[in-house]
Ligand binder design. Structure first.
Ligand SMILES: [Zn+2]
Ligand SMILES: [Zn+2]
Length: 221
């Protein structure tokens, strides 16, 4: 089992799997913090008050792990640096830590036989100081890191499976929105988008424009 990045919704259930757990070294480092946590109600409440975890995270832990006074997050079995090739006998899997707009510890898994790539949450944006944003600086490097794999099936952490056409639509939306954002003004970004594309932004595009504007806002602080 590969843990794609150190977000609690992706690893807190790891103890349930009686199998080899693989992570990259940065994910390992980030998960160490959670390995030192205690999970009784009082400790959880303290972590919420000191902003170490969110109250939503606490509630989900309380629901999902009813017996947790002795709960300790286990350690991974295999830690790699940049990349790792795993031969499962009948299937080769390539693991790589890629540049990502979501976290700096994002691992993807590529299965060449099936032209399938597991992206985890790597292509999503991120939240900093309660502001959701897309890291413009990581967008093109990330797309480059993913597009070098010859894949037809893309599995994202919180989406149903995408094919190559759907991914290309997604990349185009992200890159055209990124191109339109040059300042902390959403109005300017929308104007610029309309000039570049000869139409107004639709659906997700408005969401992405806001996220790239938010990135500019965070950078300017
Ligand atoms: Zn995540
Ligand atoms: Zn996630």
């Amino acid at each position: 089992m590969v843990i794609t990045h150190a977000h609690w919704d992706h690893f807190l259930g790891m103890n349930e799997f009686n199998t080899t757990v693989i992570v990259n070294s940065l994910t390992h480092q980030k998960m160490d913090v959670w390995r030192k946590y205690s999970y009784d109600d009082r400790s959880l409440q303290e972590y919420v008050e000191s902003n170490k975890i969110t109250s939503q995270c606490m509630e989900i832990i309380q629901q999902e792990i009813p017996e947790r006074d002795q709960f300790k997050l286990s350690s991974p079995d295999l830690v790699f640096e940049e990349s790792l090739t795993v031969d499962l006998g009948n299937k080769v899997c390539i693991l790589e830590r890629i540049r990502s707009t979501h976290t700096d510890d994002s691992t993807i898994v590529y299965v060449p036989d099936d032209k399938t790539i597991f992206l985890g949450d790597s292509v999503y944006g991120t939240t900093t100081d309660a502001i959701f944003h897309y890291k413009a600086s990581q967008l093109l490097p990330m797309i480059e890191d993913i597009q070098k794999y010859d894949a037809n099936h893309f599995l994202l952490g919180h989406e149903s499976i995408c094919d190559l056409d759907e991914m290309n639509v997604f990349w185009n939306q992200l890159t055209s929105c990124n191109r339109a954002v040059k300042s902390i003004s959403l109005d300017h970004a929308i104007e610029c988008f309309e000039q570049n594309n000869l139409r107004s932004p639709q659906g997700d595009e408005l969401f992405f424009l806001k996220a790239f504007v938010n990135d500019q806002i965070l950078i300017s602080k």
